[in-house]
Design a protein around this ligand. Structure first.
Ligand SMILES: Cc1ncc(COP(=O)(O)O)c(C=O)c1O
Length: 443
């Protein structure tokens, strides 16, 4: 018999450790659309792990690439050295990125990608003799990972308040969620594009546009509970940044790699930023990896500013372009193309949308919002107890309904692998509906 699992040594991330350890939810296998729990149940994955397993679990091509690479070249430094897969992975990613974005800096996850992009933005202005541009503008309820740069431009209060003042010279746009005007909108909400103009009318007016280095936003805000940008919003941000020489950074850690039915959110919206941060789906989450994709002109500015024998950017990670991550990324990007998974996501999106909005009349459902293969279901909080309703539903889904959902506050966020089929979409929403209904009956 297996000995009972010792849980006391692990300090779990973003988890109520004591609550979890009292009744652990454990997974030990996965394939395709399903996890297997340690008590042997097949759990339908409504969240692609953590917004990351876009091609489905344990894809054989990705598994084989990693296994082969581990036995061939375990590690090679990329500071003043190189290995061919690093260049190959960068080329493949550049090919997939929107036209004009074709220089790739590798890191290990989304948080490092955010810090890398912010540092590139600051350094870019400085090397061009514009060091007065030191301000960074993020957005309320934005999630940009957990580095000090990311929590500074991020706007989720809980992620900031334990850690003091963080970076100075940061301000935030208002978030565009407006349930009073946009409740139950399908796709891009009609109201709220004017909130992008706050950048010019309030923030740049207050701080002086010549002090602003970059604006960073998620095209669709994911971790905060799925906030879809109003029609025209991102276009306005782009126009204002252009007008004042400010770099626009899209954090596409969630929206990258087909989540909206296109390679990147930038493609979906037809708004091309100066930098894209990606991670998660880059390797189908099989090996950690992140990347910042920048325009050729940003890269060239660094090349022109330094002599050829000088390091142009004093930044990098031991594991930038790790061979296993590169092997996983190359295989993953090939899978996306060979299996036409982004097109598949675009085709599934209307069915997913219709299934999601069928939950509209259920008790305590306050809003449903969606775009591509992402959906948020916002619930009325139980009086005086924010998060408990959604948490109860999450537990019910896992233990009784055999589906994995994610909740943040009182919002259910869904982002299944792009391989999900219609029967599985039905199953996902039917189980969630039951859980919402049953939870409402008990409390
Ligand atoms: C938009 C965005 N940026 C950054 C991150 C941080 O990524 P990681 O957890 O890989 O550091 C996340 C993670 O969910 C994210 O959603």
């Amino acid at each position: 018999m297996n000995s009972p699992l010792q849980t006391e040594h692990l300090w779990m991330p973003f988890t109520a450790n004591r609550q979890f350890k009292a009744h652990p939810r454990l997974l030990d296998k996965a394939e395709g659309m399903f996890y297997q729990s340690t008590d042997g149940r097949q759990i339908l994955d409504g969240t692609a792990g953590l917004w990351c397993v876009n091609a489905g679990h344990n894809h054989p091509k990705i598994v084989a690439a990693i296994q082969q690479q581990a036995a061939t070249l375990d590690f090679a430094p990329t500071f003043q050295m190189g290995h061919p897969l690093a260049f190959k992975a960068a080329s493949k990613l550049a090919e997939m990125a929107p036209a004009g974005l074709n220089r790739v800096f590798f890191c290990n996850d989304g948080s490092e990608g955010v810090d890398t992009a912010l540092k590139i933005a600051l350094a870019y202005h400085r090397i061009r003799g514009d060091a007065g541009r030191y301000r960074l503008i993020g957005r309320e309820r934005g999630y940009h990972g957990v580095g000090f740069g990311g929590i500074s431009v991020g706007g989720i209060a809980g992620n900031r308040k334990q850690f003091g003042p963080a970076l100075s010279g940061v301000d935030h746009l208002p978030h565009p969620l407006d349930i009073s005007r946009n409740a139950f909108s399908k796709g891009l909400p009609p109201h709220g594009a004017e909130l992008a103009a706050v950048l010019e009318q309030r923030l740049l007016a207050l701080h002086d546009p010549t002090t602003v280095a970059a604006v960073i936003v998620e095209p669709v805000q994911g971790s905060t509970g799925v906030i879809v940008p109003p029609q025209g919003y991102l276009q306005t941000l782009r126009a204002i940044c252009d007008k004042y020489g400010i770099l626009l950074i899209f954090d596409e850690v969630i929206t990258g790699f087909g989540r909206l039915g296109k390679p990147f959110g930038a493609d979906y919206f037809g708004v091309i930023p100066d930098m894209i941060i990606c991670a998660k789906g880059l390797t189908n989450a099989a090996v950690p990896m992140g990347a910042v994709i920048v325009t050729e002109s940003i890269y060239d500015a660094f090349m022109h500013a330094a002599p050829t024998d000088a390091i142009e950017l004093f930044h990098g990670y031991t594991y930038s372009a790790h061979p296993l991550a590169c092997a996983a990324a190359i295989a993953t990007l090939e899978v996306y193309q060979e299996e036409k998974l982004f097109e598949r996501a675009a085709q599934s999106a209307p069915y997913f949308e219709a299934a999601a909005h069928q939950l509209r009349e259920l008790p305590n459902v306050k809003d449903i919002r969606n775009l591509g293969m992402v959906c948020g279901i916002e619930l009325m909080p139980q009086s005086g107890k924010t998060t408990t309703r959604a948490y109860d539903i999450f537990e019910k889904c896992f233990w009784e309904k055999n589906v994995l959902i994610r909740t943040t506050g009182d919002i259910i966020a869904l982002s299944p692998p792009l391989i999900i089929n219609e029967a599985q979409i039905d199953q996902l929403f039917a189980q969630i509906s039951e859980a919402i209904r049953e939870q409402a009956e008990t409390k």
